[in-house]
Design a protein around this ligand. Structure first.
Ligand code: C5P
Length: 321
């Protein structure tokens, strides 16, 4: 079974104070991107072992021990369904590692979908999402795909209507940022407050630790409905911007070069350090990518469009195909 699951960009992210479990309540608008992960699952030749191999982008930085999200997803599903079948999982990475684009969550989502079919379990998407949410906050969104508002930890999802296709140049750094460290920096005294892009850091609507009374920017939602990339570019927002830039100050240059280069907008993806640069069309994205690389502010640039569907079985691998 071969399953593709998308990476994501947060078009909008507002973060509240952490609750007792350490997690931060958030309100986000996610868009699933054409940069994705592919997981192939096969029954093992003999025995019931779980085996994992990884290739592709930054593969050498992916842990292959028990902390790996694809393996954890497989173990969780086996335990939940009471199966002892084993599998060989092969992950082909297209999403930067530790880039704030949910690559690990996409591996978990793709693994759940692939093994559900391989092991003939017949679980619903809701059941898979509930299981996935215990592995990582972004797993339910990579299962759902398209464009959605996420609340709670980012795992309570409401689909959003979006027209057209948006074109992105994703400025990638070879050294990732740790999501827990960025959230810790956000919590540090002086770590909150207005984001560096001048917008007011949400949290204004806090109800106290673990709660966040916030709505996504209505103008941003209107831009998505209308397929208006120029308006969307003006309304991109991420509350973690200041925290990520205090850990990686030279990220500021990516934003400056994107703006000078005529981008419609730019936003830190999730907890970074990937910066998503919005373009008018595919050619404009390539031109912006060339400027980012030419100025030496990105280690790599990947091109993506969104929205795209969530984790899905590739047709040529479907049972009976
Ligand atoms: O759920 P996920 O594994 O993606 O989260 C990684 C870490 O990021 C968590 O352990 C937590 O420290 C932080 N996090 C958070 N609030 C969220 C999502 C993640 O504090 N809503």
């Amino acid at each position: 079974m071969r399953v593709r699951a998308p990476g994501k960009v947060n078009l909008f992210l507002t973060v509240g104070p952490p609750g007792g479990d350490g997690y931060h309540p958030l309100v986000s608008v996610f868009q699933a991107l054409s940069l994705g992960e592919e997981v192939t699952a096969r029954l093992p030749g003999e025995g019931a072992e779980l085996r994992l191999t990884v290739e592709g982008l930054h593969a050498d930085r992916v842990p292959t021990d028990e902390s790996n999200l694809a393996l954890r997803a497989a173990r969780l599903l086996a335990e939940h369904a009471g199966v002892d079948a084993g599998a060989h999982l092969h992950v082909r990475k297209g999403v930067p590692v530790a880039g704030g684009m949910a690559g690990g969550s996409a591996d978990a989502a793709a693994t759940l979908v692939a093994l559900d079919v391989l092991w003939d379990l017949g679980l619903s998407r809701t059941e898979l999402a509930d299981l996935g949410a215990t592995l990582g906050a972004d797993v339910p969104f990579t299962l759902l795909g398209q464009t959605a508002i996420g609340s709670g930890r980012g795992d309570v999802l409401t689909p959003v209507l979006a027209h057209g296709t948006f074109h992105w140049a994703m400025a990638v750094r070879s050294d990732g940022l740790s999501t827990p460290e960025v959230f810790a920096e956000f919590d540090a005294p002086g770590g909150r407050g207005p984001a560096a892009d001048g917008t007011v850091a949400a949290g204004d609507g806090d109800r106290g630790p673990g709660a966040l009374d916030a709505e996504p920017d209505p103008v941003l939602l209107q831009a998505l409905r209308a397929g208006d990339a120029a308006l969307l570019g003006q309304r991109l927002h991420n509350d973690l911007h200041g925290a990520a830039l205090s850990l990686a100050p030279d990220l500021a240059e990516v934003f400056a070069v994107a703006q000078d280069g005529g981008a419609l907008g730019a936003v830190l993806s999730g907890s970074g350090p990937t910066v998503a640069v919005l373009a008018r069309d595919a050619a404009h994205a390539r031109a912006l990518g060339a400027v980012l690389l030419g100025e030496g502010v990105a280690d790599d640039v990947l091109y993506a469009t969104g929205p795209v569907p969530g984790a899905r079985l590739l047709v040529d691998s479907a049972p009976g195909a």
